[in-house]
Write a protein that binds this ligand. Structure first.
Ligand code: AMP
Length: 117
């Protein structure tokens, strides 16, 4: 997909142009608290590579995506989500995506209802 003309807010966080409350970082990804949490724990995990959403991911991103998914339970444990957690990615306008840099919402700390709204 064509690169976005302007940096997303998440790219600005990666580049340390705006602050974030970072809970995990490695060479490939970054996790930080959501600025408008929808649960007692609400963290966003993003790749450092600019991928707009899952529909924009390529086969070459397979190991990156696997790496990120396997990090989620580690981050959840670090954040004390012993009772369970939820992982969501909003994909495209119809999926409720606001920021066009792939991110996984990691939420927990309360009983999460199903189905979500
Ligand atoms: P989505 O609707 O799936 O694109 O989710 C975007 C999320 O990014 C929302 O939950 C926002 O609260 C969150 N968000 C937007 N700006 C920031 C920021 N500067 N720092 C942390 N989270 C943010």
């Amino acid at each position: 997909m064509t690169p976005l003309a302007e940096k997303t807010v998440f790219k600005k966080i990666i580049d340390r142009e705006i602050p974030a409350n970072i809970v995990y970082e490695d060479d490939l990804c970054l996790a930080f608290h959501d600025i408008d949490p929808k649960a007692p724990v609400h963290v966003l995990l993003i790749p450092k590579k600019e991928i707009q959403n899952l529909s924009d991911a390529d086969p070459e991103d397979q190991s990156l995506l696997g790496h990120m998914l396997l990090k989620i339970p580690e981050i959840a444990e670090q954040l004390g989500l012993d009772d369970g957690f939820r992982v969501i990615t909003n994909n495209g306008a119809g999926g409720g995506q606001d920021v066009y840099h792939l991110h996984f919402h990691l939420m927990g700390g309360r009983k999460l209802n199903w189905p979500p709204g």
